[in-house]
Design a binder for this molecule. Structure first.
Ligand code: UDP
Length: 243
């Protein structure tokens, strides 16, 4: 398939998945799917629910900008093109059921688990793996678990780790120029014709962004922790990423 075909928008077919923040649709092209971004927001494994006005629109646009920048620097992603305000055309992935988290600064579950102060800068970034399972609350795993249970091969995990650290380098540099600290973030990967591609979305739902000067939170923690100014934070992040 040539790139020109990839850019054409295939017909939207049946919905085959609905998650907390997105719906996925098949298309007339078996290699491509459509991600539809909702305004629904959940936290603490959906124990807390709400909506963030226009979140879907902002996350779709922000993900487009991040994926485009990453592709320009050689990171292979599932992103094909944005279709409209809430829809993105993507390559179909066989998702690896492991969430990959990269951390630069202590926050969230790391602070809690190891009794560290939120805001402590780590000596170096590192990668963590979590098993994607709602009933189990996405438990932290060793890479060995993923291999032993057949969720990914050792070679795939090595590739995922390498890609995640490269994404961290690129995003950290890009955001630094825009006055934003990248605290931590979650990525998902999948297979497409045997190749590992970065999937899902990159947005304030899946990353912690802090203002570099004030350390003010510009991400979903405003919703999780009832800090107010949720929509404003998403708008501010989009404004900075658009540059
Ligand atoms: N994260 C995510 N989805 C999840 C869990 C975490 O997108 O199901 C993101 C979260 O936004 C943060 C990073 O991954 O940027 C690390 O999250 P952490 O493990 O600290 O968990 P949390 O405190 O969000 O429960």
């Amino acid at each position: 398939m040539g790139d020109r075909n990839l850019e054409a928008i295939p017909e939207r077919k049946e919905q085959f998945y609905e998650g907390k923040a997105k719906k996925l649709y098949a298309t007339s092209n078996p290699d491509l799917i459509i991600q539809y971004f909702k305004d629904d927001a959940t936290a603490f494994n959906a124990k807390k629910r709400g909506t963030i006005e226009d979140k879907g629109v902002m996350n779709n646009r922000m993900s487009e900008l991040f994926f485009t920048m990453l592709e320009q620097h050689g990171v292979k992603t599932h992103f094909v093109r944005r279709i409209d305000d809430r829809q993105m055309l993507c390559k179909r992935l066989d998702i690896v059921p492991v969430e990959t988290v990269v951390r630069n600064i202590v926050a969230g579950s790391l602070a809690k688990r190891l009794g560290r102060q939120e805001g402590e800068t780590l000596k170096h970034p590192f990668v963590e793996f979590y098993y994607k399972s709602d009933p189990l609350d996405d438990p932290l795993i060793y890479p060995e678990h993923a291999v032993a249970f057949g969720w990914a091969t050792e070679a795939e995990l090595a590739e995922i780790r390498k890609m995640a650290l490269r994404v961290n380098e690129l995003l950290t540099g890009f955001l630094d120029k825009r006055g934003v600290l990248l605290v931590d973030f979650k990525l998902e990967f999948g297979r497409h014709h045997g190749e590992i591609l970065l999937g899902d979305e990159i947005c304030p739902d899946t990353c912690r962004f802090w203002d570099k000067e004030t350390r003010q939170k510009l991400d979903k923690d405003r919703f999780r922790r009832d800090l107010g100014g949720v929509e404003e934070a998403y708008h501010e992040m989009l404004r900075r990423v658009e540059g």
